[in-house]
Design a protein around this ligand. Structure first.
Ligand code: SF4
Ligand code: SF4
Length: 380
């Protein structure tokens, strides 16, 4: 067993798979262009959340944060009602949202701040200033984000600013940090991106950004200044040198599950339950199509009884976590190699020498110990 349900401390919920933006390294779209045709566009309603999370469970956890893999919580019309319900069940629950910040009106942001109170936060993912943020956060308006953040902070909300550093915005990190202080953000973090890998784990120098017709519009590039470069890039080279190839490393590495270590659980907008979003992101995306890690996970879900068998709208959370699917995941870590069934995704993300892209190193090289805001809005 990975853990018992009563051991869970952090819960990440993807309340929707919809989004107003099109970040080029987000799996919900095709490199910043059109939405993935295969992605189900769904929300978790208040009733879904009430069904999935028994009240005793809500009272027992420390933090529930709305982030996810494919969507942004500000675009769901159920988010405020769900926050209101969570707050009524557990007045001291820490409730967090990770968002691009570019939707919602003044009354929405004001209500959110009042509901979160002292036990909550919003992490705004703003990767630059007015002239650069939308290069990554495509279709967003810097002006609107700042207006929304001002309302939220003005009503007493605790706001964090996460800034993913690229070549096109690295010259603005210090001005953004200063601006965040003037605005009253509680934290500012410049994040070192570890996303410059293709689906075969090959390092990329630059990432093409596509329009809706699939044509290249421009490229994203890694930052040039060493303090903003992700350690995973050099770790990758070390691992290949030591083991002969990255796949040999994946076969041999010992897995230390980050979700287990942090007692964290993940629920998707469809109601699917995983230990972490790093497994959920194998289901849909141009970067996972036909990859071994995706096929392996789908085969495991089939073996467990299909998608409904890991859906907490259809099966109790406790059954999925303690009796079925999570045990298959854990058993896979002890298998000899990826070919024998060891989950490749787990070896990539939680292996001993290259725990990489999801780990969000700040500019001092510290790994964030906030809950694993591993995917969407804080993608690094
Ligand atoms: S990728 Fe696998 S090992 Fe890592 S946190 Fe997720 S389930 Fe655990
Ligand atoms: S990373 Fe977040 S904000 Fe960007 S497209 Fe994905 S869900 Fe939307």
């Amino acid at each position: 067993m990975i853990y018992r349900l009563e051991d869970i401390v952090y819960v990440q919920v993807e309340v929707t798979s919809k989004c107003n933006s099109a970040c080029p390294q987000c799996p919900r779209n095709v490199f910043g262009g059109r939405d993935l045709p295969t992605l189900p566009l769904v929300d978790l309603t208040l009733e879904d959340c009430q069904k999935i999370f028994p009240e005793d469970f809500v009272r027992s956890i420390k933090t529930l944060y709305m982030c996810g893999t494919y969507g942004d919580p500000i675009v769901s019309r159920y988010t405020l009602d769900t926050v209101r319900w969570l707050r009524s069940v557990n007045p001291s629950l820490e409730i967090g949202l990770n968002t691009n910040g570019s939707a919602g009106n003044a009354s929405w942001w004001s209500a959110l701040a009042l509901l979160l109170g002292h036990h909550g936060y919003v992490t705004f993912s703003i990767d630059g200033l007015e002239d650069t943020n939308a290069i990554y956060r495509r279709n967003t308006s810097f002006k609107k984000i700042i207006e929304n953040a001002k309302i939220f902070i003005g009503e007493g909300g605790r706001a964090n600013w996460d800034f993913i550093v690229f070549k096109h915005n690295e010259h603005q990190v210090e001005s953004a940090r200063q601006f965040s202080k003037e605005m009253g953000f509680s934290n500012f973090t410049a994040k070192r991106t570890g996303r410059f890998f293709d689906k075969n784990h090959k390092m990329l120098d630059k990432q093409p950004v596509l329009n809706k017709n699939g044509e290249i519009e421009y490229f994203l590039e890694k930052p040039e200044q060493p303090q903003y470069q992700n350690q995973s890039l050099s770790l990758y080279e070390n691992v290949v040198k030591k083991y002969g190839s990255f796949s040999k490393y994946l076969d041999q590495t010992h897995i230390t599950c980050n979700a287990k270590r942090k007692s964290e659980l993940y629920v998707s907008a469809e109601g699917l339950v995983f230990p972490c979003g790093w497994l959920h992101d194998r289901l849909y995306g141009i970067q996972v199509e036909d990859t071994p890690s995706s096929k392996q996970l789908l085969a495991m879900i089939d073996k467990n009884g299909g998608m409904d068998s890991i859906n907490a709208k259809k099966r109790p959370l406790k059954t999925i976590v303690e009796e079925t699917f999570f045990n298959l995941i854990e058993q896979s870590w002890r298998l000899k190699t990826v070919a024998h069934g060891k989950l490749e995704r787990c070896a990539v993300m939680c292996g001993e020498r290259f725990n990489t892209v999801g780990h969000q190193y700040d500019e001092k090289g510290h790994i964030h110990e906030r809950p694993m805001t591993l995917q969407t809005h804080s993608k690094a």
